[in-house]
Design a protein around this ligand. Sequence first.
Ligand SMILES: Cc1cc2nc3c(=O)[nH]c(=O)nc-3n(C[C@H](O)[C@H](O)[C@H](O)COP(=O)(O)OP(=O)(O)OC[C@H]3O[C@@H](n4cnc5c(N)ncnc54)[C@H](O)[C@@H]3O)c2cc1C
Length: 443
Amino acid sequence: MASKLEFARLPAADGVNGWWETLSPPSAAHSMRGERQFDFVVVGGGITGLCAARRLGELAPQASIAIVEADRIGRSTAGRNSGFFVDLPHDISSESYSRSVDADKADIQMQRHGIGYVRSIVRAEGIACDWRDDGKYHASVNKRGKEALEHFASGLRRIDERFEWLDEAAIAKVTGTSFYHGAIFTPGCSTVQPAALMRGLASTMPSNVEVFELSPVSRLEHTAAGEVLSFANGKITAGKVILCTNAYAATFGDHPNGLLPVYTFASLTRVMTPDEVKALGGINSWALIPADPMGTTVRRLGTDRICIRNHFAFRPGLEVSESDLRKAKHLHQRSFDRRFPMLKDVELEYTWGGALCLSANSGTLFGRRDDGLYQAIGCNGLGLSRGSASGKVIAEYALGMNNEMVQQLLKQPTPRPLPMRPIADVAVTAAIWVKELSAGAEL
Ligand SMILES: Cc1cc2nc3c(=O)[nH]c(=O)nc-3n(C[C@H](O)[C@H](O)[C@H](O)COP(=O)(O)OP(=O)(O)OC[C@H]3O[C@@H](n4cnc5c(N)ncnc54)[C@H](O)[C@@H]3O)c2cc1C
């Protein structure tokens, strides 16, 4: 029996996920126990895994399929994000989100493929997740931000993508705050309540897909009988396994794979009172990203709460500390106060962190990894639209299909390996620090 993989790092409770807490209580988790056999097992119940398992179920109705998630589906990273399904270029390591024309076009094609897939499921299944096709605003707060927006706009012109400029007064009419100096509106972004979407995707799986939660896989071995996955209370033997564990797949030491677990953090306010809503003004739901990728993302929700996200931290141990969370909350409060001086009594009710999976060259691990083993790993900060596409397409590939999207995703670069730790720790932490410092007012 050849040992293939030990799952050394498992999700931890990194703060309190406000999206999850504000949903109704979940039904009891169905956990993995005993000895089971499946044709396919998908490891990881984030957006990538959920799309992979569903697509397998759709295309292979006779096959038996399992999806196994260490936490509750919707409580872990895919249910912790700001809920932007971004269709346009969004390279957060660049100054203005764009890359080259060819790379931008390929990203758009992939991201729209993913968004279209999930939107069709949400509509067909009637998943209540506040799905909105209302676009997003990129807003700047100073001259440097305006220059970044102009760079982004010229990138969009080069690839014939539609957008609209808003001056200071126009963006203030949307958001209610005069904090922003200008913005670009792009219409193709959709937004969701991410925990509700993940839960809804899990509860509407095709009938040949069995969903296991609170079921961390500890080891995966290749045997003559198939792929054997070990759990605390049992094991599964599978024909094929698809790994969709994103940052939890990062390895360091003798076999570094170039994946970087970088945390980012969000807070959700309490529900505003009618007087506070009136004092804020603006429209009742909007979604805004900063001109500088290291700045602050803000959403005003139809539920009269505000969600705010900023700050990055390299955490190779895949866990954040109480002091990380305190620092994030402090930064969120400062950013909130600067934007919304009229809401000085509105507290941040929940604060949490979640692990992105970045790499130095925006590379991903996509395709066949070994006999019977496939992977779709490496969200590069944009897992909702990219993960939807890569989850759907890895399922098609694992079933032997070969189409344009399969070819495109197989062509993606793999992550560039980094220096060994602790050099990597110092280099990545310093790079984040410098970028956050230069984002300045955008925070
Ligand atoms: C605060 C914040 C804001 C963000 N905003 C956005 C945004 O607006 N738009 C966007 O596109 N992205 C955003 N992101 C990033 C987005 O959340 C990720 O890109 C996305 O979750 C990646 O999806 P995934 O399914 O590939 O991986 P994950 O969501 O990380 O899912 C992997 C899953 O694997 C499970 N797992 C790991 N190990 C095991 C094991 N051994 N056994 C079983 N299960 C295991 C984990 O519990 C996890 O649920 C944000 C992230 C954060 C933290």
